[in-house]
Design a protein around this ligand. Structure first.
Ligand code: UD1
Ligand code: UDP
Length: 389
């Protein structure tokens, strides 16, 4: 029998990080799967960083990114480009990940050609179609176009069931980000960037910051950055490291409000390896990112989430993630509590793993085989370890 032709499609940094270990896993089973990779390159430099690290050479690269691109541009370029790729590659199944515009466009392109779609990291919901925007809707649209749903957690599975998706089409796998993280964080890791090498983590408390969400462009980012300046002024042993997303809407405000300040270091987006290892050594994480809400709890790092709602409630329930929104005073108050109240800090700094155990990719591989009739038994659902979550 010919192996099943799997085309993995992605476009941005987080999709690449979370799909890289899955591509490796599928490639380990050449009798069952022949795996190809198509990137839209909705991100360019930030995608290439991950491709280099995980040594992935795409079979197709649409190279669609333009500076300051609109949602419509990304959607139409990805859809048209992927139509051509699908015509050439003729896969049996297309795998997409998460909630980006590439995710939605790839699922739609596959549907138009009546090719099956597998959605990795399926079923996350806030219930608010404008938050995160447009990611909540990208996920819902992708779900409607998907044949096989890889839900990372039981909560995500329940969200899909509530939307009428049959249980037989959903596999609970854990999140592949934990597979990526476990392969990347090492206690003996040495930074090659002299600015990171120079940090004395024993004497300095590092707040690792990332922010890029569309909902936060403009005034919310200003509130966040002003809060950071005040926090730094209050605590002389605190240092902020902020790898600034390449989006000009973020960079302009970050440079204006945070540039040239003592103990605030703005750096370009870091490669995943130094970034994950920096997170492992930080005191706390402040972010509006999705992925960091999954990674930091696994590393035992408290997270203050700069959003009003999250599609990742598991770590909030476990007590390591707290939603603080974007109000300057709220951010300052929550940060001060973590910097001053040791007991509270320790409660939030427990390592919890509601999102995965490092074996999500092997479960997805097994689920694919089951779905495609290559194995009889359904793989066991991922269940977080009781003591961890
Ligand atoms: C996109 C995703 C978002 C995801 C985020 C991860 C959509 C609508 N948004 O948001 O869900 O959380 O990626 O980071 O799919 N840029 C560069 N180089 C890069 C990457 C971006 O210069 O390598 C700049 C470009 O000017 C680009 C802009 O950033 O136009 C925005 O990129 P885009 O992918 O449209 O939006 P993100 O905010 O990155
Ligand atoms: N990340 C990285 N370098 C950075 C910042 C983040 O490698 O400078 C990683 C981070 O560890 C996580 C992912 O990028 O795995 C999150 O990406 P992002 O915040 O851009 O997107 P989101 O998760 O919000 O969709």
């Amino acid at each position: 029998m010919q192996p099943f032709k799997v085309l993995v499609v992605f476009g941005t940094r987080p999709e690449a990080i979370k799909l890289a270990p899955l591509i490796k896993e599928l490639s380990r089973h050449p009798q069952e799967f022949s795996c190809q990779v198509a990137v839209t390159a909705q991100h360019r430099e930030m995608l290439d960083q991950v491709l280099r690290l995980f040594q992935i050479t795409p079979d197709y690269d649409l190279d669609i990114m333009s500076k300051g691109q609109t949602l419509e541009q990304v959607t139409s370029r990805a859809l048209n480009g992927l139509a051509r790729v699908l015509q050439t590659a003729r896969p049996d199944i297309v795998l997409v990940h998460g909630d980006t515009t590439t995710t939605f466009a790839a699922a739609l392109a596959a549907f138009y050609r009546q090719i099956k779609v597998g959605h990795v990291e399926a079923g996350l919901r806030t219930g608010n179609r404008y938050a995160p925007f447009p990611e909540e809707m990208n996920r819902r649209l992708a779900a409607a176009l998907t044949d096989i749903h890889f839900a990372p957690t039981a909560t995500a599975r329940d969200n899909l069931l509530a939307e009428g998706i049959p249980a037989r089409d959903i596999y609970v796998t854990g999140n592949t980000v934990i597979d990526a993280l476990q392969a990347t964080v090492r206690p003996d890791y040495r930074f090659s960037d002299p600015r990171l090498q120079a940090i004395d983590f024993k004497r300095r408390r590092v707040i690792l910051v990332t922010a890029h969400r569309r909902e936060n462009w403009g005034q919310p980012l200003r509130e966040i950055f002003t809060a950071l300046v005040e926090i730094i002024q209050r605590y002389q042993d605190v240092e902020v490291i902020f790898p600034v997303h390449y989006n000009p809407r973020v960079r302009q405000v970050a440079t204006e409000l945070l540039g040239g300040r003592e103990r605030i270091t703005l750096v370009d987006p870091l490669d995943y390896e130094p970034f994950a290892n920096l997170m492992a050594r930080s005191y706390l994480v402040m972010t509006d990112s999705g992925g960091l809400q999954e990674e930091a709890p696994a590393l035992g790092k408290p997270v203050l989430v700069l959003r009003d709602v999250t599609e990742r409630p598991e770590a909030v329930a476990a007590g390591t993630v707290r939603l603080v929104g974007t109000d300057r005073l709220n951010i300052i108050q929550a940060s001060c509590e973590l910097l001053e109240k040791q007991q509270l800090y320790l409660q939030m700094a427990r390592a919890v793993n509601p999102y995965g155990d490092g074996r999500a990719c092997s479960r997805i591989g097994a689920a694919l085989k089951h779905y495609l009739g290559l194995r009889q038994t359904r793989p066991q659902d991922f269940q977080p370890c009781e003591k961890d979550s």
